[in-house]
Write a protein that binds this ligand. Structure first.
Ligand code: SDX
Length: 374
């Protein structure tokens, strides 16, 4: 047995997967061999969701059928919606979402089935249900005509559900690109949590509940909300350099920067950054792009750290008028597809995930009865 302890499993190959290749040397990212730049530029989220779940890009007929299945699967049980709406607004939205997904699992007739077809059917349904869940997280009514409208792409349906109005084409493009960028990233913490849960032959909804609980953390998915809170503070503070120096002096983390694997930059960040810039130009509110690029330059100079996907996603969402507490649930809305792909892959070729640890506790010692213990 290798007795080297790799804290945080850093640099450890913890399994095999055919889904996603993160090329940390050159900052490349491919889903089943396709470059993320090509997918973000040329695909709908539906095409990429199909790619992740089926392992190939769909032809026109396959895409039509997949889109039909997503539209048909949009409904969420009224009891789940009622639960979401009666939870106190003070409860973190990710806690409510995690619980709602767990509830949806109980509605599934094949809840305990881990076969490929059952998992695929549950994954498609859960992907389709996410916009209705996110609208309920914001206590927004979802118009029946919107939910049943097959002409709305997944991105357009999501944005309509979250804003109550039919969005402009560019806003749909931004959300579509964001959904593609957030969809999958190899053995990140939440995906690995999902695989550990699936490896015990627990069900897909339990594994995704584990993943949502993991993604919530500010070191992982929770960062995008923290980034926007930080940008608002910097805007109020007025001096980005002074703000940063104060934070770094107190050894505070700057949210949206750094990555365990991508030490030379995140290719996804470059893509969403261009959209954040264009949104600033279109809305006439270029403050956030200016502060963000200033912070990016300072972080590279001071810490040698680069923005990750969460950094520019925050201001893009803000300029789309989306409320900050829905940013990490938006990450879930997309990553459902990557998590499900990994759960299916794990169930199809399973081996229980059970690593060892280096013991650091007391040496073996004689037992002392209660009476003898002082
Ligand atoms: C995501 O894994 C994935 O693929 C995740 C993700 C995905 O698609 O699933 O890409 C999505 O989660 C992106 C990351 C979002 N999180 C954040 O933006 C939170 C801020 N970032 C950090 O906390 C940090 O960069 C991590 C957690 C992302 C990575 O941390 P590591 O690999 O554990 O690095 P580390 O903590 O060992 O830090 C190394 C050094 C330290 O300095 P020293 O203490 O050695 O002097 O870099 C410093 C850290 O203090 N550092 C930072 C920093 N990130 C690292 N300093 C200030 N601000 C930061 N953001």
């Amino acid at each position: 047995m290798d007795r080297t302890v790799h804290h945080g499993l850093e640099g450890v190959l913890a399994g095999e997967s055919a889904i996603c290749e993160v090329d940390h040397e050159i900052g490349g990212l491919r889903y089943y061999g396709y470059e993320i730049e090509d997918l973000a530029e040329h695909c709908s989220f539906e095409e990429v969701a199909y790619l992740l779940l089926m392992g190939a890009l769909p032809n026109p007929d396959e895409l039509f059928e997949f889109k039909e299945a997503l539209v048909a699967s949009r409904p969420v049980s009224q009891k789940t919606i009622d639960f979401l709406c009666q939870v106190s607004p003070s409860v973190k939205r990710m806690d409510v979402l995690r619980t709602a997904v767990s509830m949806l699992g109980m509605d599934e007739s094949d809840h305990e089935a881990n076969g490929h077809a059952a998992n695929l059917s549950k994954a498609i349904r859960l992907t389709a249900q996410m916009p209705a869940l996110l609208a309920a997280l914001l206590d927004l009514p979802l118009d029946e005509n919107v939910r049943t409208d097959p002409s709305l792409s997944h991105a357009a349906y999501l944005l309509t559900a979250l804003t109550g109005v039919r969005p402009e084409p560019f806003a749909v493009k931004v959300i579509n690109v964001s959904l593609i960028l957030y969809a999958e990233h190899e053995f990140n913490a939440s995906t690995f949590a999902a695989r550990v849960t699936a490896s015990s032959l627990s069900d897909l909804h339990s594994a995704i509940t584990s993943a949502i609980g993991t993604l919530k953390g500010p070191l992982h998915g929770g960062a995008n909300e923290a980034v926007m809170e930080m940008l608002l503070k910097i805007e109020a503070h007025g001096d980005v350099k002074q703000y940063l120096e104060e934070r770094l002096a107190r050894r505070k983390r700057i949210m949206g920067f750094g990555h365990r694997v991508l030490r030379k930059g995140d290719p996804r960040s470059n893509i969403i950054k261009a959209y954040a810039k264009k949104l600033g130009e279109q809305t006439g509110d270029e403050r956030w792009y200016k502060v963000s690029t200033a912070l990016e330059a300072l972080m590279q100079h001071e810490k040698g750290l680069y923005p990750n996907l969460d950094f520019y996603s925050a201001s893009a969402y803000y300029l789309l008028g989306l409320p900050i507490p829905i940013y990490t649930p938006l990450f879930v809305c997309s990553r459902i597809t990557g998590w499900a792909a990994h759960i299916i892959e794990q169930h199809d070729h399973n081996r229980l995930i059970r690593p060892r640890c280096a013991y650091t506790g007391p040496k073996a010692r004689a037992f002392v009865s209660l009476e003898e213990r002082a």
